[in-house]
Design a protein around this ligand. Structure first.
Ligand SMILES: O=C(O)C1=C[C@@H](OP(=O)(O)O)[C@@H](O)[C@H](O)C1
Ligand SMILES: C=C(OP(=O)(O)O)C(=O)O
Length: 434
């Protein structure tokens, strides 16, 4: 599918979708919870669908009622009839559900599709055998074969590549029976995502470890958990909302509702950058207003460290393009293994529209303030690249055609519709050519 975005203004009120980070964690916690979980405001992205499929395969009963989903479970993942679990393209699903699936007594295989097949998983081959789980990979990549049950024990892991592995281990340790265990972590990145995991575990009454400065997670002995009903409401997604906030900042005035300003989500830090850039912004508990009714002026250049919130790079590049002077984002090394190599993808695709993006060690330097030209760009099978290009296109000098526009489905299937509803000139045509 192609999206053609012509220069246009946006205005109105909108509510971003449910957070896939919260929804996928809720699915995992529901599988590990003895009893029933009612998930309100469930996410509907492709990654969310993958998580729901996985918990179904691991023995939970999933009943979908539209605005809420019921998940009933014994609290123990079961050996599936078909022992091949497909995690779609979701990095979080494969990395969170592998240790959880390893709680099962028996052999299992997990795999994925598309870009996930190129993302490194070597961590598991190094760590799971230390927990009693023989593990094989395909040269460090998927599929992964494991043979549980995982037995929690004291362990030290590398947290520098992704926090998602730790999220999976925390969930598995939090559900398994043991007499106490400590996960030591070197150089943890994306820390707020671990806070989100711990908050979910707390909500579901799991065995929650003591967090010693993100360097050690100390579990006490597990206690038996009684059957109960847990209700969980999935919060709105700051990562998806970041695109709407940037659209309002550069091309109109938007009111974004439903976001929790006290959320654990890493990407709420977009607000700090909007403030630095001098964008008109009003933050209330019930909503955020961004941009101005008069034709928005340019913001000013800014500097921001996105090491712990790497998903902000794409919307921040769109913002930086419209800020005078130089903007600098630190944390480039975090981008190599996402749905695409996002530093290069951003440099190349925004480069086609005339934006200069330089990469210097861990820094991305964006020379903004000159109008972008129209042209043809590719989403490169990466939802956040598609959305960043679309938002930037609102202020380009001519129409921007984005090929592979269906990529948004991974996190934000309603993205194009939302943009149209807010007044953006977007037409959608044809099949994927990205
Ligand atoms: O736990 C999560 O929900 C996520 C963690 C982050 O990954 P890393 O920990 O690999 O940075 C983020 O980029 C990803 O989109 C979602
Ligand atoms: C990198 C992302 O997700 P995941 O790692 O879960 O595939 C993302 O949503 O930008």
């Amino acid at each position: 599918m192609e999206a053609i975005v012509s220069p246009s203004r946006v205005s109105g009120i909108y509510t971003p979708p449910a957070s896939k980070s919260a929804m996928q964690r809720a699915c995992a916690a529901a599988l590990l919870h003895p009893g029933t979980t009612v998930v309100n405001h469930p996410g509907r992205s492709e990654d969310d669908a993958a998580a729901l499929r996985i918990v179904g395969q691991l023995g939970a009963q999933v009943s979908d009622h539209g605005d809420r989903i019921g998940i009933a479970s014994t609290g123990h993942p079961q050996l599936p009839q078909q022992p091949l679990i497909d995690c779609g393209e979701s990095g979080l699903s494969i990395r969170m559900f592998t240790p959880i699936a390893a709680l099962v007594d028996g052999p299992l295989q997990l795999t994925g599709r598309g870009s996930l097949l190129q993302r490194p998983m070597q961590f598991f081959a190094e760590v799971l055998p230390q927990l009693g789980v023989p593990t094989t990979l395909n040269k460090g990549l998927l599929p992964i074969s494991i043979n549980g049950p995982l037995q929690p024990g004291d362990i030290e892991i590398d947290g520098s590549q992704s926090s998602q592995y730790l999220t999976g281990l925390l969930m598995a340790y939090g559900a398994a029976a043991h007499t106490g265990a400590t996960i030591r972590v070197r150089d943890l990145k994306s820390k707020p995502y671990v806070d989100l995991t711990l908050a979910l575990m707390q909500h579901f009454g799991m065995n929650v470890p003591r967090n010693e400065g993100y360097e050690a997670f100390v579990f006490g002995p597990s206690k038996p958990r009684a059957q109960s009903v847990v209700t969980y409401t999935v919060e709105a997604d700051w990562s998806g909302a970041a695109f709407g906030l940037v659209a309002g900042a550069i091309a109109g005035r938007l009111e974004v509702n439903g976001l929790d300003v006290f959320s654990e989500q890493a990407d709420k830090n977009i607000l700090q950058v909007l403030i630095q850039a001098g964008i008109p912004l009003s933050v209330r508990e019930d909503g955020i207003t961004v941009g101005s009714d008069s034709l928005p002026g340019k913001g000013r250049g800014w500097a921001f460290n996105a090491t712990d919130c790497p998903d902000l790079f794409p919307p921040l590049v769109a913002l930086a393009a419209f800020c005078d002077g130089t903007s600098v984002i630190e944390g480039v090394s975090r981008l190599a293994h996402k749905e695409s190599n996002r530093a290069l993808t951003l440099q190349e695709e925004f480069g086609k529209l005339g934006l200069t993006v330089e990469l210097q060690d861990d820094l991305m330097i964006i020379r903004g303030g000159c109008p972008l030209r129209g042209g043809v760009v590719s989403a490169r099978h990466d939802h956040r690249i598609a959305m960043a290009l679309a938002v930037a296109a609102l202020r380009a000098e001519g129409p921007v055609t984005i090929t592979g526009a269906e990529a948004v489905g991974k996190s934000y299937p309603q993205f194009w519709q939302h943009l149209q509803q807010l007044g953006a000139a977007v037409s959608l045509t044809g099949q994927s050519t990205a």
